[in-house]
Design a protein around this ligand. Structure first.
Ligand SMILES: NC(=O)C1=CN([C@@H]2O[C@H](COP(=O)(O)OP(=O)(O)OC[C@H]3O[C@@H](n4cnc5c(N)ncnc54)[C@H](OP(=O)(O)O)[C@@H]3O)[C@@H](O)[C@H]2O)C=CC1
Ligand SMILES: O=C([O-])CC(=O)C(=O)O
Length: 271
């Protein structure tokens, strides 16, 4: 049994840029990484990232039953593949892949699994802030919420922006390549619109949140802007985050927000 001072025993899904940050910083939050979940056939690649002291598996049946939490750092595919099973066994999961919840069927499956396991799926704040204010504002009537995400060319590689823009020759200008609902953005840009999903989930939902995605040849970081109006008043928020060294698409703050998930589990005076 875990005492308040014993390290949290945690699992991690994925072995990419966010997972690497979490592995390096979990001890700061009093956590020990006990196991890693990868896709079948990727065990060696995952083991190279996690090192010899962490159990690496693609088989959820071999997960230790007493993990304090599993951090999903693998994106939409990881949450889809592993989230329901892990939640169903009673282990909480925290995810950065909020955009996956734009898929109503997956959300329902996760909801059923968490209820069955009497546990919770925690949504990390990721690369954005101000979600606390937006959530409180949503208690009154919110009349408009817009999200604008701006990244340099490297941040849009591997996304549908590549079909619309020549990312190699963006020049100085801003190039809008998506305008629509947060749901459509989250489904079309699984590696880039999780922040749009976070804003939607905190505020007025996937279908009513307006989303604009922009590639900017001059951008030196990943900028996220929220504007909201409602009964509470109005809100404007902007943040420019540095990306992680291993992935120009992903802001370091997203990985940091997973470490706060670990801190939150142990805090007795908490936000
Ligand atoms: N909420 C937010 O603000 C943010 C959310 N994100 C989300 O986080 C995700 C991860 O980001 P990042 O670490 O930078 O991405 P990386 O591409 O660096 O890493 C993704 C990792 O996930 C693994 N993976 C993929 N599918 C599965 C699966 N089914 N089971 C287990 N592991 C899997 C990949 O393994 P393999 O090599 O085998 O494919 C890889 O190790 C992004 O794709 C995005 O969806 C990112 C940034 C911000
Ligand atoms: O990391 C970021 O800046 C945002 C991101 O990729 C996402 O919203 O999925």
């Amino acid at each position: 049994m875990t005492t308040p001072d014993a390290p949290l025993q945690i699992g991690i899904i994925g072995h990419g840029a966010i997972a690497s940050y979490v592995i390096a910083n979990a001890p700061k939050a009093g956590a020990t990484v006990r196991c890693a979940i990868c896709r079948a056939g990727r065990e060696d690649a995952a083991a190279a990232v996690f090192g010899p002291n962490v159990q690496v598996t693609s088989d959820l049946d071999s997960l230790p039953p007493d993990l304090a939490i599993v951090l999903d750092c693998a994106g939409h595919a990881g949450l889809l593949a592993h989230g329901p099973r892990i939640l169903g066994t009673g282990t909480p999961v925290a995810t950065v892949a909020l955009g996956a919840l734009a898929d109503k069927a997956l959300t329902e499956e996760l909801d059923r699994a968490a209820r069955r396991g009497r546990t919770r799926l925690h949504l990390a704040s990721g690369a954005i802030g101000a979600l606390d204010a937006l959530r409180a504002a949503a208690v009154g009537a919110l009349t408009r919420v817009t999200y604008r995400g701006i990244k340099p060319a490297s941040g849009w590689r591997g996304s549908p922006a590549e079909d619309l823009l020549d990312l190699a020759t963006l020049g100085d200008a801003e190039h809008e390549h998506f305008r629509g609902s947060a749901r459509e953005a989250a489904l079309r840009y699984p590696k880039n619109a999780n922040v749009a999903a976070a804003v939607a989930l905190a505020g007025i939902g996937f279908d009513d949140t307006e989303c604009v995605l922009v590639a900017d040849g001059n951008a030196i970081g990943n900028t996220h802007e929220i504007e909201a109006e409602g009964e509470f008043g109005n809100l404007r928020f902007a943040i420019t985050g540095r990306s992680l060294p291993d992935n120009p698409r992903s802001s370091a703050l997203a990985a940091m927000s997973m470490i706060t998930q670990l801190r939150d589990r142990q805090a007795v005076i908490a936000f």
